[in-house]
Write a protein that binds this ligand. Structure first.
Ligand code: SAH
Ligand code: SF4
Ligand code: F3S
Length: 491
């Protein structure tokens, strides 16, 4: 780690101490700790950022809560990838305003991707005066400092940076799950797909040093984590801008060596950068999950070109062929956009054709949302809403049908699942995640959360399974924990 960054984390520790003084004063006055609620919108990257924000809040002495009504401090970590993400934030801010009228000491802060847009800041400054603190994606590592400033000021604080080359390590983190964790390997994006706002709000690509990544994962494993998700907007271009360049495949090989780590996932892969070296590493790995999220976006070459995706339909299909040939049990999921400027129903048919040929295990289907400042938003041939919906409905039907067919193929199989949580509807059941990212519900003791078990996928319900725990021979297991811990397959 560079000295500069070391000093930065130490500086922030000092501000955490300042916040602790405020927390003690609050406790003396109210007879309880102040409560903080962090609400996350958007992708895995934001979810990981929120864990860092929670880490700082917890260290400062706040009690974390999921309830905005109970909170003394509410922080929204926002997303702006599509307009509906923004609208949700504005809607919920309206509710917070009423809450603040009843509870004037309530402090409200906003951060994340949406705050990197000038027009959003102007709107909040004009119409949402009750917000106390606004910061962006580039200075999130200064949250302790900003929090401390907010606590000692009565005015709205706005601090947005246009970019940063800093990567600050070693700040506190509060994980949502004890047994799995996201790990940032890079920040930002250089691809500038013509519809996408991410490069504008997250800045240019910066990779973390491999030793920092490996050290973080080792520490996570020591702390009980058995599954990691390596995070970046385009993990396949990892390492290109490091002092000693390193490929993503080479990084994966190093991660694989970490003892005690059981599962490795990563997100997201851009098809144009997916190397044969990566396919080979996945093929040989015993830890990398048999799942690849490989956003297609569209199937028409004309639209792909206008999107600046830099691959053709044929190239995408050839890549999938190579993947399926090397790793026959791989699950492939994707993202699709309908209604990009100039897209006709004939173009959507091209997307549908790819869906039929690839047989995606799952696909997130989005309606194109114009984002101010992106090239696509300025294109003249925006598609009428009626055409968009027609294409969207057609595509969705095929996506659901093929995903169901894929899921049905595994019915009756026995697979390993990582038990993630107790079922909300019936606490006698738990939910496990398979290597291919599908979920299975089965009867089991809640103390198995965080453990690996073998499950028979008895019934396929389209997007999930119900099943039962079994041993290696396929025999039903009893769910009393005492009986099972003796079994070697239960780690
Ligand atoms: N870096 C990732 C995706 C980040 S955004 C990647 O390239 O795969 C997640 C998804 O949101 C994208 O894959 C895309 O399908 C969708 N998306 C991004 N911008 C959008 C827009 N303006 N309208 C609709 N969907 C969009
Ligand atoms: Fe957006 Fe494209 Fe970058 Fe993904 S690769 S974040 S879609 S610009
Ligand atoms: Fe949204 Fe920002 Fe992620 S715009 S999708 S939260 S990178």
């Amino acid at each position: 780690m560079s000295n500069d960054n070391m000093m930065e984390s130490e500086r922030q520790e000092e501000y955490i101490k300042k916040c602790q003084i405020y927390v003690s004063a609050f406790e003396a006055e109210h007879g309880r700790l102040p409560k903080a609620c962090v609400v996350t919108f958007g992708c895995q990257m934001n979810a990981r950022d929120s864990e860092k924000l929670c880490g700082i809040l917890e260290k400062a002495g706040y009690a974390l809560t999921d309830s905005e009504e109970e909170a003394d401090f509410v922080l929204y970590n926002t997303c702006t990838v599509r307009d509906n993400a923004n609208q949700r934030v504005y809607g919920r801010l309206g509710c917070l305003n009423s809450l603040k009228k009843k509870k004037p000491h309530l402090k409200i802060a906003l951060c994340g991707c949406m705050m990197q847009e000038q027009s959003v800041i102007e709107k909040i400054q004009k119409s949402y005066r009750f917000v106390d603190l606004i910061f962006g994606t580039h200075n999130i590592f200064q949250f302790a400092e900003l929090l401390s400033a907010m606590l000692s000021s009565g005015d709205m604080i706005v601090d947005i940076w246009e970019g940063t080359d800093k990567i600050v390590e070693n700040l506190p983190v509060k994980r949502k799950y004890s047994y799995k964790s996201g790990v940032n390997i890079m920040f930002g994006c250089n691809n500038f797909c013509s519809y996408c706002i991410v490069p504008y709000v997250r800045g240019r690509e910066r990779s973390r040093e491999p030793r920092e990544i490996l050290r973080e994962i080792e520490a996570l494993v020591e702390d009980g984590v058995s599954e990691v998700m390596l995070l970046g907007q385009n993990v396949n271009s990892y390492g290109k801008n490091l002092e000693n360049p390193m490929s993503f495949a080479a990084l994966l090989k190093e991660v694989e060596k970490i003892e005690g780590l059981r599962r490795i996932r990563f997100m997201t892969s851009h098809p144009k950068d997916l190397s044969d070296e990566l396919i080979e590493v996945m093929q040989r790995s015993t830890k990398i999950c048999r799942h690849l999220h490989l956003p297609l976006q569209a199937g028409s070459d004309r639209i792909l070109q206008a999107m600046n995706r830099r691959y053709t339909k044929a190239q995408y299909l050839a890549l999938v062929d190579r993947l399926k040939h090397a790793i026959p049990d791989i699950a492939i999921t994707t993202d699709l956009i309908v209604g990009f400027p100039g897209e006709t129903l004939a173009d959507v048919e091209e997307t549908i054709d790819v869906v039929r040929k690839v047989q995606f295990d799952n696909a997130f289907t989005f309606i194109y949302s114009p984002r101010t400042g992106t090239p696509a938003a300025a294109m003249e041939n925006q598609v009428p809403e009626k055409t968009v919906h027609e294409g969207f409905d057609k595509l969705l039907a095929v996506v659901q049908e093929t995903a169901k067919e894929r899921a049905a193929l595994l019915q009756g199989k026995v697979m390993e699942a990582l038990v993630e949580e107790v079922n909300e509807q019936d606490p006698a059941f738990v939910t496990g995640r398979l290597g291919n990212n599908m979920l299975v519900h089965f009867k089991a003791d809640r103390r198995l959360v965080g453990k690996f078990v073998m499950v028979s996928l008895d019934t396929c319900h389209g997007f999930y399974y119900t099943g039962r725990m079994v041993d290696w021979l396929g025999q039903t297991k009893h769910t009393r924990l005492g009986k099972m811990v003796d079994n070697q397959w239960l780690n």
